[in-house]
Ligand binder design. Sequence first.
Ligand SMILES: Cc1cc2nc3c(=O)[nH]c(=O)nc-3n(C[C@H](O)[C@H](O)[C@H](O)COP(=O)(O)OP(=O)(O)OC[C@H]3O[C@@H](n4cnc5c(N)ncnc54)[C@H](O)[C@@H]3O)c2cc1C
Length: 445
Amino acid sequence: MVGAGAAGLGAARRLADNGLKVVVLEARNRIGGRMFTDRSSMGIPIERGAELIHGGPHASTWKYVQEANIRTAMFTDNYVRLDETQPWHNPESLMAYSFPKGMPAGLAVYDTEPLPTPDPGEMAEHYLVHKIGITDENWPTAVHFLAVDSEPLYNMAATSILDTLADCIHYTLHPDELPEPEVLNPNDPEHDDGDYRVIGGYDQVLRAVARPVDVLLNTVVKHVEYTANGVVMQTSRGAIKSARALIAVPAGVLKRDMIVFDPVLPADKLALIDQFQYRPIFKCLLEFDHKVLTINGKDFGYAEPLRGNPKTLWNASIGAPRYKGQVITGWVTGAAAAELLQLSQRDRYRATLDVVRKAVGDNGLKYKNAVMHDWAQDPFAWGAYGRGVGSQIYKPVDGVIYWAGIQTSSIHASYNSGVAQADLLLANPPVRGWSQRGRGQAAAH
Ligand SMILES: Cc1cc2nc3c(=O)[nH]c(=O)nc-3n(C[C@H](O)[C@H](O)[C@H](O)COP(=O)(O)OP(=O)(O)OC[C@H]3O[C@@H](n4cnc5c(N)ncnc54)[C@H](O)[C@@H]3O)c2cc1C
């Protein structure tokens, strides 16, 4: 197995649970890959990479949270506003669907008729200004909110906003029909599918996955020679032979030929790897020496100033009652992230501080510590994550090289991919069978 991220560990755990002896070769001095808990930079453990368990109890990795008795905190109090001129409000409230300067009378017709069809390739901003006739100060928060975790509206297909725009028109005309905003509650199975932070470090979850698995840290795989009979891997710590290999490294590592395959991988595999593109992701953490931001007297989960860049702030110290300070994560993706990533490190911190200052309403606010990991320059990742190119990328090569992770964009998707590819590997044993745990040579490195 190559790579001790969620994909490699998920695969290794599945193989180990099936009685195989598995060794995971990991280049870094830690497990987790793009899940990177940092316990030294701030007053509480912080996450430089993955931070949230999306879907909480519904995520496939949740069983390890329970098994290892790991504490989590759900984001229940989530707020948006365009800027300081608006109060913080629930992203599903009537205010979110309202036109800040009033709905133009001409739009009422679209409550019963379809909205004008966008031109091919038309972007949302162009559509709103030129087809609908409203400029950005009159776009409802719900429309701006579509850009969170997506593209800015100047870079988003107009077709993506039609349903929300129709809802804004409808609920402005029929406010009594707006459903009650969902009240997230970790104790209610109907409403427990929000985002959860892992108190004390996300790495506890992957350590629980890795418990029965042997991981060789500081072992960089550089060269993989394969035939139908097996694999020889050259690593920074010598050669390792195995019957099969499962490669669970990020696409960026494969794109840059950081691992050389001999013979060269099939053309269709290389084409899929090349097709994968990382998305710009901006994540910056600021630590303050006291709790600087509360909303309506409460700890917030998300506070999204939609005109800001970064657009999203989340509370990275939620669930740590004894901690006196506050850690706030600034987050944005896509073209807005690319703008921030062009700045110097210092200016990235300043841009995030500026958004926090406006959220708090204190222009003199100072942070104590700031941290940001440059995933695009990380030699074992070369990027954060992107949109997958399809399951064909996992097709085994010559029946001996299996693949997992690579293109996935969440911990649980990587873990699931590892488990699925381990099952495929188990269904195709080598002619002489597998070595079992504790006997003979390791069969699946
Ligand atoms: C900033 C950021 C925020 C994110 N936020 C979230 C979130 O909140 N929730 C969520 O679910 N997901 C999130 N993600 C996505 C998630 O982190 C990844 O999708 C997931 O961690 C990928 O797991 P993986 O095992 O596929 O790859 P990785 O975690 O990258 O693991 C691959 C492993 O392979 C190792 N490796 C690479 N090259 C070699 C080599 N030559 N030899 C040996 N080993 C090698 C690497 O060191 C690494 O440990 C985030 C990612 C980033 C970057």
